[in-house]
Design a protein around this ligand. Structure first.
Ligand SMILES: [Zn+2]
Ligand SMILES: [Zn+2]
Length: 308
């Protein structure tokens, strides 16, 4: 394991014109993810899962392209949220429109036959449960309350929720959002980050953004700062020797957590969801070193949670 320690003096402010919030590119977000799955699947130990994920991403893009109008926060609600620093589409209090159920049904139909048999069985049971089962699972996944849930279907439910939230966020547009009172959570939907991204090129060059695990929005956070407890003291970077160096674990000694940090400068094709999955050995190293993962991914819920 290669470790680098960087001192807080190296923190940079947000450059003048770089946006504080980046919303996902609606036309390409999941198509890009599909491509990344296929590229990384070659000779990868998780080849089958990555190819399954490629099919899920393809279905996500198709659903997003054809998403009908859905309820959105009105101007008054947006104004109140702006004043109070509340994410307007916060998972805790946004009342979900059942339109996402159809997204999930269609997605399951498209990928069921490519799933592992145990996952296919779970998907069948979920479909049989219909809307109430979808909602119960969404509640559990969005609040981290997994007890008693059949989580083999979680990636598909998460994928449908992602389509719904990306649809809402991009329909509203960046100007609808303001900074959140809780800077370690997404200012659009209040979800935890999946990873952080250092962008390359243009006005965002070298800037670090936290990438939302649900709506894929990215919000700025200065570098060398813990995304969990906001400490700037004992931050270190750990990578796997001999790899491209594009993805490292940023650890914090204060709260003993880590978040992956992904450099688009080193690899412009990075997709946080896929690259997170493809770098599981880094999670194992961090686990052995005594650090807890503070990020969330619908596609990587730890086995002990699944068993609960
Ligand atoms: Zn979000
Ligand atoms: Zn910390």
């Amino acid at each position: 394991m290669a470790t680098t320690i960087i001192q807080p003096g190296e923190i940079e402010p947000l450059a003048g014109k770089a946006p504080w919030l980046r919303l996902p590119e609606r036309k390409t977000i999941f198509a890009r993810r599909e491509k990344r799955c296929q590229a990384l699947a070659k000779d990868h130990p998780l080849k089958n899962y990555l190819l399954f994920m490629a099919g899920v991403a393809r279905a996500q893009q198709e659903s997003l392209n054809g998403y009908d109008k859905t309820a959105l926060p009105d101007a008054n609600r947006l104004h109140i949220c702006r004043q109070q620093g509340i994410p307007p589409l916060a998972v805790q209090n946004w009342r979900r429109d059942p339109s996402w159920h159809e997204v999930l049904r269609i997605m399951i139909e498209k990928v069921r036959d490519t799933a592992e048999p145990a996952t296919a069985d779970s998907l069948d049971r979920l479909l049989a449960g219909g809307g109430p089962a979808f909602e119960a699972m969404a509640d559990g996944l969005l609040t981290g309350n997994y007890a008693g849930m059949d989580l083999a279907a979680a990636p598909l439910v998460g994928a449908a929720l992602q389509v719904y939230w990306v649809h809402m966020a991009t329909s509203l547009g960046r100007e609808s959002f303001a900074g959140s009172a809780a800077p370690t959570f997404c200012p659009v939907c209040s979800s935890p980050p999946l990873a952080s991204i250092v962008h390359s090129g243009g006005i965002e060059n070298g800037q670090r953004y936290l990438h939302c695990s649900l709506c894929a929005a990215e919000w700025h956070m200065v570098r060398v700062k813990c995304s969990n407890c906001q400490s700037t003291k004992e931050i270190a970077y750990h990578g796997i020797e001999g790899d491209s160096g594009a993805i490292k674990a940023e650890t914090c000694d204060e709260c003993q957590t880590y978040l992956k940090i992904m450099s688009m400068e080193r690899d412009p094709d990075i997709d946080p969801t896929v690259d997170d999955l493809a770098t599981l050995p880094l999670d194992l190293l961090m686990d052995q070193a005594g650090f807890f993962r503070c990020s969330f991914s619908f596609f990587l819920i730890p086995a002990e949670e699944v068993a609960a």
